[in-house]
Design a protein around this ligand. Structure first.
Ligand SMILES: *Cc1c(COP(=O)(O)O)cnc(C)c1O
Length: 360
């Protein structure tokens, strides 16, 4: 069996040890005579898995007791509507910071539920930098300020936490959750689809401060109302049980590797290998401002884009897949989440060197 180095932006590579454990437990979980997939979500076996997954997430991220952790469905794109449905009703307006494709989608969706104001935008610079907070125009009466902490497509990431005073900060952390320590107390709400850094698709994690629950617009479907879900311990409807189980295994893996500080160190080391090479190359380039570069998603271009397909084919032949950039920005993109080993990044850079020597 050969595993590829999978640079997919999501669903993305998972730790091999997690997949092996899931395989071992597939047919009979811990002597229960059932697969996790076959368990009642209200049975004692699954309740234990659910509780352990939540408690490990709380421990790893240092989530204060005054926050609920909800396991929902609908993905981050679902949350683009669910967040305003639940939060915007407090004042009817919200501030959004536009840093690229994902925040643009979020703010467009939010307009269906209230007045959206763009506090800052990186659009003029083609989304190659995060607007400094000194340029933001925040409204004191906004219900919340929304950011995307890591733009998966454009490859810009916040390496600082915005100060929004009494207005709750809301972050789409789909593509950098668990990649480094975060001060959860600085946020009112954090949401993330699991399929980048936490597990398989189908699970959306929402971490929400208690006082923000209970303000949903009357049109909010019950299953997407944070209050309904919080009151029911995320079991108002059947939660994505298998995805929660796999996320639980991923969280244990992250703990065993030393938690989020160790993840950050590992991710910085990997990103450095790639960015250092890009910065000295005259053939490959990355357009993002150095201080805003993503540690998770690294877009890059070849000097001659007519060689893109040749590059991708050669990568595939070497067992490196999913390097094609998003159609919105073109070129290449290497997604190097927690589960990507440094060997994968070294193999990619080695291949890029050879490619440059041959075609540069
Ligand atoms: C992948 C991604 C999404 C979309 O998630 P879905 O699960 O497809 O809804 C949204 N935001 C960010 C930052 C992402 O990386």
């Amino acid at each position: 069996m050969t595993r590829v180095f999978n640079f997919s932006p999501g669903p993305a590579t998972l730790p091999e040890s997690v997949l092996r454990q899931a395989a071992d437990e597939m047919v009979d979980w811990h002597g229960s005579g059932m697969s996790v997939m076959e368990m009642s979500h209200r049975g004692k076996e699954f309740m234990a898995i659910h509780a352990e997954t939540e408690s490990n997430l709380r421990e790893l991220m240092g989530i204060p007791a005054s926050y609920k952790v909800l396991f929902m469905q609908g993905g981050a794109i679902g949350e683009n509507a669910i967040v305003p449905m639940n939060l915007i009703g407090r004042t009817g307006m919200a501030d959004y910071v536009n840093t690229g494709e994902w925040s643009k989608k979020s703010l467009k969706e939010a307009k269906n539920y209230g007045t959206v104001s763009i506090a800052a935008s990186g659009e003029a610079g083609n989304f190659t930098a995060i607007p400094r907070q000194s340029e933001w125009k925040l409204q004191a009466n906004a219900s919340y300020v929304h950011i995307c902490s890591n733009e998966t497509i454009g490859g810009v990431e916040y390496h600082w936490t915005p100060e929004t005073g009494a207005v709750p900060l809301v972050a789409d952390m789909s593509s950098n959750i668990l990649s480094r320590p975060v001060d959860v107390a600085k946020y009112g709400l954090i949401y993330a689809g699991a399929q980048k850094n936490m597990g398989p698709s189908g699970l959306t994690v929402v971490i929400v401060r208690d006082d923000l629950i209970g303000h949903a617009l009357p049109i909010t479907p019950s299953a997407f109302n944070y209050k309904t879900q919080a009151d029911a311990d995320s079991m108002y409807n059947t939660p994505p049980t298998y995805a929660i189980y796999i996320a639980g295994l991923v969280l244990k893996y992250v703990k065993e590797r030393g938690g989020l500080p160790a993840m950050e160190e590992h991710n910085r080391a990997k990103a450095k290998v790639l960015y250092d090479y890009l910065d000295q190359s005259s053939f490959f380039s990355n357009p993002v401002a150095r201080e805003d570069r993503s540690l998770m998603n690294v877009p890059f271009k070849l000097k001659d884009e007519s060689l893109d397909d040749t590059f991708l084919k050669g990568a595939q032949d070497r067992g490196m897949i999913q390097l094609k950039g998003h159609r919105a920005v073109g070129g290449m993109r290497a997604s190097i989440y927690n589960a990507m080993p440094i060997e994968g990044v070294r193999a990619l850079v080695q291949y890029m060197k050879e490619f440059e020597a041959q075609h540069g």
